[in-house]
Write a protein that binds this ligand. Structure first.
Ligand SMILES: [Ca+2]
Ligand SMILES: [Ca+2]
Length: 404
């Protein structure tokens, strides 16, 4: 697709979430469950992600440093490497130096024109707001007595509740309730890309904490138990309390995982666009992370549509280390909201999933956001096997059910 088409295409960004909202495939009828309202979102006016060719520095290429030093260095280097841009520091929003090389910045038309002609530049893509409506469901337990431990149906179905202690899961989401007594969170390695709230990693939304609990809730006397019970969670916060964030933050989080993770770790990305949108930068960042042996589970999306037209879900296609995950119900049936298609590797429990929630609580939510972390947990334990399959309602395509 040509750059001009990419920029002009009217996208609506939103996070995948715990929702049943979907666009029916047959036309313009939109169904919304009582659970969740999706907010439309927009391109960030004037903000672009610029990806360099791998050899952009030519003979002057230097040794790559640790993540934090590298980011400081890139912030100095990029304005001088691209000095004709006269790029002001406050307009340089993100730098990328590991999973891909590039930056996200506020750019005017003349700066864009210079970059389009620059032989060192591989791609220029518009940055987007990602957002989700206020999460709902049945949260509870926060501030009160912790409930006795139960094993959620999805954990049982896929053969989870296995010891995951010592494994590490990177959760790219709305942050995590780091004080939750049913989660083991590595605060030191956690990061927030959310500019509001002093870059706190704490989850003011609930979505990220819910995802984390499905991956790794501790096998103790309280609450729930995760697939890889007691695994260490690293929170990479790219969504604010309202569930709104920037696509560039997600690329930055993947860049950080590339630099900081090790083979055998796993990443969960329960996020993506609500309507069709393909972005080469986030897909490339996911491929690079997966190439290091850090496996990634990605929610297929909740639009009842072909996931081939959605980034990053489409990245699961033809990549053995990236698992794109569709959603099923507790009766091994297709979840009506779930995306489908050739990128989908496996299907996992996503309807009425109980897990940890913000403020020390628990909640039962639905969405491919809830299916993906089941697979992330399996990736921590080893390879993903299958057990049975689910045929999409009213169609002939079927998907293997993920299992330990
Ligand atoms: Ca527990
Ligand atoms: Ca795959």
């Amino acid at each position: 697709m040509k750059q001009s088409q990419r920029i002009l295409k009217p996208f609506i960004w939103s996070l995948l979430l715990m929702t049943g909202l979907f666009f029916s495939c047959s036309g313009d009828e939109t169904e919304i469950t009582p659970l969740q309202i999706i907010e439309a979102s927009n391109p960030i006016e004037g903000q672009f992600t610029v990806v360099f060719k791998s050899d952009f520095q030519g003979k002057s290429e230097r040794k790559v440093m640790d993540y934090d030093s590298e980011m400081i260095q890139l912030r100095k280097e990029i304005p001088s490497l691209f000095s004709q841009l006269k790029l002001a520091d406050e307009n340089l929003k993100q730098t990328y130096g590991f999973a891909l090389k590039g930056f996200t910045a506020v750019l005017n038309e003349s700066q864009l024109e210079l970059l389009r002609k620059d032989p060192r530049v591989k791609s220029i893509e518009k940055d987007y707001i990602i957002s989700l409506g206020k999460p709902s469901g049945t949260p509870g337990g926060g501030g009160g007595t912790d409930p006795a431990q139960e094993t959620p149906w999805g954990i049982t179905r896929i053969g989870g509740a296995t010891n995951g202690i010592g494994k590490t899961a990177w959760i790219i989401d709305s942050g995590i309730d780091s004080g939750h007594s049913d989660l083991k969170v590595d605060i030191d390695r956690s990061r927030s890309y959310v500019t509001q709230g002093k870059y706190s990693i704490e989850d003011g939304n609930g979505h990220g904490t819910h995802v984390a609990g499905t991956v790794a809730a501790i096998d103790n006397a309280i609450g729930v138990v995760g697939v890889a019970a007691g695994a260490t969670i690293v929170a990479l916060r790219v969504l604010d309390n309202r569930g709104s964030g920037q696509f560039s933050w997600t690329i930055a989080a993947l860049d950080y995982v590339y630099a900081s993770g090790t083979s055998g770790d796993a990443v969960n990305m329960s996020l993506g666009p609500q309507s069709r949108y393909v972005d080469s930068a986030v897909d490339a960042a996911a491929f690079a992370v997966a190439g290091r042996g850090i496996k990634i589970a990605i929610a297929a999306g909740n639009s009842s549509d072909d996931s081939l037209f959605y980034s990053p879900a489409r990245a699961g296609l033809n990549n053995a280390n990236i698992y794109t995950v569709a959603s099923m119900t507790s009766s091994d049936s297709w979840s009506s909201f779930s995306n489908y298609g050739t990128p989908v590797d496996v299907i996992a429990p996503g309807s009425s999933v109980k897990s940890t929630y913000k403020d020390g609580g628990y909640a039962t939510l639905s969405g491919t956001s809830m299916a993906s972390p089941h697979v992330c947990g399996l990736l921590l334990l080893g390879n993903v096997s299958t057990n049975g399959s689910v045929t999409r309602t009213g169609n002939s395509d079927s998907y293997p059910i993920a299992h330990n």
